[in-house]
Design a protein around this ligand. Structure first.
Ligand SMILES: Nc1ncnc2c1ncn2[C@@H]1O[C@H](COP(=O)(O)OP(=O)(O)OP(=O)(O)O)[C@@H](O)[C@H]1O
Ligand SMILES: [Mg+2]
Length: 208
């Protein structure tokens, strides 16, 4: 069931909790967006670390960076992610070996089914309270058309939130590949940016 109370879940970052009036709304889904290297993955890891500290089942679904790489970087920042479950769906070396298949089928047809299945079975097994999908942009390339992608993302998010999870999903936005559709789907948006002055975080949408 979807949660209609406005109970807050700590973001794992003190200052962000303050901005978010206590944290993310439980069982809502937030888009974490920003250019490359602005700290999207790191912000999401704080959220999972906080959950695992509280003994909650937490899941990190990685479509881009390898799980080991993420763990290594997190360790350098002093984070403890031992109890965070990682589902590594980043491209494996045999992705290239299978390249021939893509001449016959579109990547969408070849990849989508197993990807969705492995996330669903992991989520059913773990019943996570906190889920991060990094990044949802990667899932876009597995959809053969944009309407199908939106429908899939929406049902994917519903599946996770109605199962009891608060969800963060990241996206890389650029001029020729905007993330407008993901912005509409999200209950809230956390935008990270970096310029000469420094790094900043902005909450540009917050339902509830
Ligand atoms: N608040 C912060 N203060 C200092 N360093 C940070 C902060 N957040 C992230 N970093 C560092 O910046 C680098 C990039 O962070 P991160 O990988 O989280 O960014 P990203 O937006 O996920 O990048 P990408 O677009 O490549 O996925 C990392 O080395 C990380 O340790
Ligand atoms: Mg990242």
């Amino acid at each position: 069931m979807r949660n209609y109370s406005n109970e807050r879940v700590s973001t794992g970052i003190e200052g962000l909790d303050e901005v978010m009036l206590g944290g993310y709304i439980r069982q809502n889904a937030y888009l974490v967006t920003g250019q490359a290297g602005t700290g999207k993955t790191t912000l999401c890891l704080h959220f999972l670390e906080e959950g695992s500290r509280n003994g909650e089942p937490t899941l990190f679904v990685s479509f881009g960076e390898k799980a080991e790489q993420i763990m290594k970087n997190a360790k350098k920042l002093g984070m403890k992610l031992e109890n965070v479950e990682f589902l590594d769906l980043s491209p494996s070396p045999d992705f290239f070996a299978r390249a021939e298949m893509y001449d016959v089928f579109s990547p969408a047809e070849v990849e989508r089914e197993p990807v969705v299945k492995s996330i669903v079975s992991k989520a059913e097994e773990l019943a996570p309270k906190r889920v991060v999908v990094d990044s949802m942009t990667q899932l876009r390339y597995l959809s053969s058309d944009i309407f199908l992608f939106r429908k899939q993302v929406l049902s994917f998010i519903r599946f996770l939130t109605e199962g009891g999870a608060t969800v963060l999903f990241t996206a890389e936005a650029s001029g020729d590949a905007p993330d407008d559709d993901l912005r509409f789907l999200a209950d809230g948006i956390i935008e990270l940016s970096m310029d000469e002055i420094g790094s900043s975080v902005e909450v540009s949408k917050s339902r509830g």
